[in-house]
Write a protein that binds this ligand. Structure first.
Ligand SMILES: Cc1cc2nc3c(=O)[nH]c(=O)nc-3n(C[C@H](O)[C@H](O)[C@H](O)COP(=O)(O)OP(=O)(O)OC[C@H]3O[C@@H](n4cnc5c(N)ncnc54)[C@H](O)[C@@H]3O)c2cc1C
Length: 476
């Protein structure tokens, strides 16, 4: 049978390919050495009461720590007194979805798990108040019932609002900023135990710092978010020839509400994805879920591991058979994928106009250096903003993400690619892997010193720090 007659979708094609003889290597849980290969046997630290405190690992398993205390305040009053009474450092944890070492601490780890849910919806202003530890997935239905939707979302919905805002988490769409740009006001308890409310009108410097705070100003307890009238979406994904895709990227960006693509290393294809608003009447019948594209790539990776010399051939054959797929749904049903394939990630945002050139150079480098990588790169656009530590500060940007499976080494790959991001004046995502020093970051983020000034005022005792924060903010 000819390949082009198979008419299969992106998942089944690669599931069949797996039958060629690949073996599974998954099963990783976590690892403490910043690398990825072996599951660790972490022993928890002994707490004040003589009992072991469970160790912590992040989503992908590349970060871990052994806190000697885990605090879970039930309300703001308890939170204030915990901060006032602490004699050691505290790091807040949300959903643990950051790849960089923002969260690890061997002193106090604090979760605001009780700060959960929408607390108020104002239909006239289309704004709602949400407790900081609410998962992004936790608001869609309730907003919908009240006639509202988030304007945009990242490609998963299992982060918390507090964590997402801390790192300028974003989706794609050149007319849409990161989630931080939808924040209208923030309540937090700072390192002195003071309750602070900030917005563009009140405490505006604190607001500009707090909308990308990397967990260093205190504990964010509540956020007011701007939503919009609820809307339905249609997502279309299809394979494009690589050169054609790169040439059309900017026009696709400008002609769709959301546009992104996945570039397949070593191959001649991209997987393009557009998402647009549709009237309810255009909703399709729900379809069987074909699974996540990342699962597809995992399967393909296992095949390539067994026959590496067929890498390009296999990826191209696979890609050429993938058919166009569409799905429709309520806003929150279309945004936000399930990622049950674990990976590690580096992401830089370059000026939007350099995005295509930067990606071209990355793809060429991967080929030239024969880098053993199969995981596709994600290519998205994000609108400029005025958030002090935002990678999108005052420039429309193209966010390019490189990944590798969590049970594979990522360091060599990221080390080869990072200089290309720097050449194109890239700014790193604070929640993803990068190797920049405080000096380099200061040169990239024009409001870096202003951020430090607010941080010092909010947390003069440096309670909300760890080794990584000290390194990226040059604190001692
Ligand atoms: C599978 C996957 C997909 C992803 N997709 C995207 C994407 O599409 N776009 C994107 O931009 N990023 C993406 N990310 C990165 C992720 O959105 C960010 O790293 C985000 O910050 C994680 O949120 P979290 O709730 O897990 O917070 P954590 O990782 O637990 O914490 C992040 C930071 O927030 C701080 N923090 C958490 N809660 C509070 C609080 N209440 N008060 C003060 N500080 C707090 C922590 O101290 C830490 O500094 C993805 C990550 C994964 C694992």
């Amino acid at each position: 049978m000819k390949i082009d007659k198979l008419n299969i979708n992106r998942r089944t094609m690669l599931k069949s390919a797996a039958a060629l003889g690949a073996t599974s290597t998954l099963g990783l849980t976590a690892c403490s050495d910043n690398n990825t290969m072996a599951p660790p046997l972490l022993k928890g630290a002994i707490g004040k009461d003589g009992k072991e405190v469970a160790p912590w690992t992040n989503w992908s398993g590349n970060q871990s720590s052994t806190p000697n205390e885990r605090l879970v305040p039930k309300n703001t009053q308890e939170l204030v007194s915990m901060i006032k009474q602490t004699n050691q450092r505290i790091r807040l944890v949300g959903a643990g979805h950051s790849f960089s070492p923002l969260v690890p601490i061997n002193e106090t780890q604090m979760s605001l798990a009780y700060f959960y849910g929408i607390t108020h919806i104002d239909k006239s202003s289309k704004q709602f108040d949400v407790a900081a530890n609410t998962f992004l997935a936790g608001v869609g239905e309730e907003l919908w019932k009240n006639g509202l939707s988030l304007e945009n979302m990242p490609d998963i919905n299992t982060q918390t609002f507090g964590g997402a805002i801390a790192t300028s988490t974003h989706g794609t769409g050149i007319n849409y900023g990161s989630m931080s740009t939808t924040v209208k006001s923030i309540q937090l308890v700072n390192g002195l135990g003071e309750e602070i409310t900030c917005s563009a009108e009140n405490n505006s410097d604190i607001f500009n710092a707090a909308r990308n705070n990397i967990g260093t100003l205190g504990a964010v307890t509540k956020l007011r978010i701007q939503a919009e009238d609820k809307f339905h979406l249609k997502e279309t994904s299809w394979m494009m020839d690589l050169q054609e895709g790169l040439e059309q990227a900017e026009s696709l960006r400008d002609s769709h509400r959301h546009f992104e693509f996945y570039a397949l290393p070593h191959a001649d294809y991209i997987l393009a994805i557009t998402i647009d608003k549709i009237p309810e009447a255009e909703m399709q019948e729900p379809k069987t879920n074909n699974g996540d594209a990342y699962e597809t790539f995992r399967t393909l990776s296992k095949v390539v591991d067994t026959v590496p010399f067929l890498r390009r051939f296999l990826i191209n054959i696979g890609a050429s058979t993938v058919k166009e797929e569409t799905r429709t749904g309520k806003n929150f049903e279309v945004f936000g994928n399930l990622r049950d394939i674990r990976f590690n990630e580096m992401e830089y945002s370059v000026p939007a106009e350099h995005g295509v050139a930067c990606l071209r150079e990355i793809l060429t480098t991967i080929k030239k250096q024969n880098i053993d990588i199969l995981f596709p790169m994600e290519f998205r656009y994000v609108k400029a903003d005025n958030v002090w530590l935002s990678p999108f500060y005052q420039r429309d940007s193209c966010a390019i993400s490189c990944h590798n499976f969590a049970d594979k080494d990522y360091k060599k790959y990221f080390a080869a690619i990072e200089p290309i991001f720097l050449k194109y004046d890239g700014r790193p995502h604070w929640g993803k892997i990068h190797t920049l020093s405080a000096k380099q970051l200061r040169a990239k983020y024009p409001m870096y010193d202003e951020f430090l000034r607010v941080r010092e005022a909010m947390d003069p005792k440096k309670i909300f720090t760890n080794a990584h924060i000290n390194q990226v903010l040059a604190l001692s």
